[in-house]
Design a protein around this ligand. Sequence first.
Ligand code: ZN
Length: 250
Amino acid sequence: MRLSSHCYAVTGLGYSPPWCVNAGFVAGDEVTLIVDTGANRLGAQSIYGYASAVRPGNQLRAINTERHFDHIGGNSFFREQGIDVWGHAEITRTEAEFQEEIAEYNAGIVSAARRKLGEASAFFHGTELANPNIPIRADTSFELGNCAVEILLTPGHTSTNLSVWVPEDGVLFTGDCLIVEYIPNLDAGAPADWQVWLESLERIEKLNPQVVMAGHGHIARGPEVQAVVDRVRRVLRESIARGASPTAAD
Ligand SMILES: [Zn+2]
């Protein structure tokens, strides 16, 4: 889906229902920056197909908005194509963690017969763990060819979260710093992290984005952007006051 003159979203990629996950890309005259790589190899192939079709001659570069597997699962596919994957320096997932993710995914399958067969292996077919090969430790910027992009650290959901801001287009890719419709996932942190998350929301708000692609959910535009920020902020404040996330008892 085209969002603006340079920005595109690849929404609704597969993940554990009811969650689907988003990826996107920003195409300059010379470089196309892919934002998140999907949860698995199949998702990565879709993202790669769209990004390559929009500007076939461009060099490709990928970035992860955070450390969770639904945003980095396609990294190995991109690395195999010789494409650099940028990401926060603290994204260092282990093979044991990846195997745990697959086991958890399998445990979530409703049908006992499918669980027993380990059908998670179909979802993760050909998917291997690959951490980003270029670490990011501070805000940075990319010049994609007549299109400047800012990479902004927006921690809170995890310490590794970053957002991709395209000022000329007013488009912001937030990863899971913002979530549309779903209850935000606070379970990766504690109240101190949620306080940091609130600061990241303030940062995002000041940019005054016209279009937001969050890590999950539909694309927010115009006045809905503020409503999405306000909703996540409200959940964070209530959780800080209560000392527990909304999904803590699950
Ligand atoms: Zn996510």
